[in-house]
Design a protein around this ligand. Sequence first.
Ligand code: FES
Length: 509
Amino acid sequence: MTPGYELPGTDESYWMATSEHPVFPALEADRTADVVVVGGGVAGLSTAWELARAGRGVVVLEADRVAAGVTGHTTAKLTAAHGLVYERLRRTRGPEGAARYAASQQAAVERAESVAAELGIACDLERASAFTFTTDPGRRAEFEAEAEAAAAAGLDAAYVRETELPFPVAAAVRVDRQAQFHPRRYLLGLASDLRARGGVIHERTRVTGLGEGSPCRVTTESGLTVAARDVVVATHVPVFDRALLFARMSPRRELVVAAPLAAEDAPEHMYITDEGGKRSVRTAPLDGDRRLLIVTGEDFTPGTGDTRERFRRLDAWMRDHFPAGPTAYRWAAQDNDVSDGVPLIGPFHPGARHVYVATGFGGWGMSGGVMAGQLLTAVLTGDAPAWAGLYDPRRLRSTVREGTRLLARQAEVARHFVGDRVMGSRADSAEEVAPGTGAVVRDGARHLAVYRDAEGRTHSLSARCTHLGCLVAFNQAETSWECPCHGSRFGVDGRVLQGPAVRPLPPAE
Ligand code: FES
């Protein structure tokens, strides 16, 4: 890490900083509903709203605050162009599978626009094209094939060699008729209308248990329950996982920096490349003469490596490529990649009759979450579309491709479980932990997660993740403990910031 490097900007997502923060009450008594939706992000709120619109009585239970977790920290591109996916989908799921993926994701883009218009939500939704580019001339054939596959799947896609970016690209896939928006303003608009339709939202209500039956019953941390005919689990990673879906997903964290840019220098469209740790570019309205440049990248497994150094690299890349002003915001986003590259939306497990899941959006949760709302509502109201099977979590996972990735993923998890290779946050004793930092310290047979605050006090927790027991590691840029196995995150006081863990790291005696 560069000595003396100060992280750029305010440690806050632009979406969180520029939206209202309505408060919804915690659950205070047992209750019943037609459907209980667990999780108040884009997938949960979209599903709840669609169901309420279809006449269902819906209760949403959110562990923290709605639209504030992954959804409040996204790049907020609404697009069916998900990098280089269509050529792979055509190979693995056939031309029909690729076409269904394209149609369902594009329909979600259209749906978000029409819902925002119908409800009058001022969410800065702008139409733009989505470009996936490379600077490597050796990859032109790959991009040509992707453009052809995306067009064959039904998208408005073309292979191009030039863009408006202020640096040369070797090749790109351009997909028209996509969009970008302010995700929190959109979702808070949905939440408001959901309540107007009789839906109920409870925040600060962590779900810890699920009983399947007639009715199903979810139990919260406080012991209160909600009974419902159907349950939708839309919690980023399922908080209870009878189908072991987390074993088919890899957590991925990425960083975001944002800075003002003169409107005449701002790209009109959205861009992404998988090169250099991934780089994604879009802008958002800021004020009359300026737009906010939002650059995302530096993909990494939570709990590994030096996040401060990653922020430095990402900020430097933004400055090298755009004449941006001082960095105003920085934040981080997290998502899960499914081993076969397609989200898991549908019945939770082979025996599930009334429990559904939406997860594994692979970084494309805006279109994926809106689409999940449409799909699950159709399934729950008995009108499942022909393409539901594409996303069905019960789909066969024994293809060679997924099997290989699954084995590699489990080997990595086993390595982190043993814990001896988690880098960058180890110390021999608590005395070695400097103020403002944290490290895992071995204490006999135990591993302790030790954080020393700025005043020099130590805060010691068990370093064993309460999900399945991997060792956590310290993320200094975000002052948090992270689990590299399935992406759970914890505060320095042990509280759960992100699942699948539902229990805090216990204090060490
Ligand atoms: Fe699964 Fe930590 S998130 S073991």
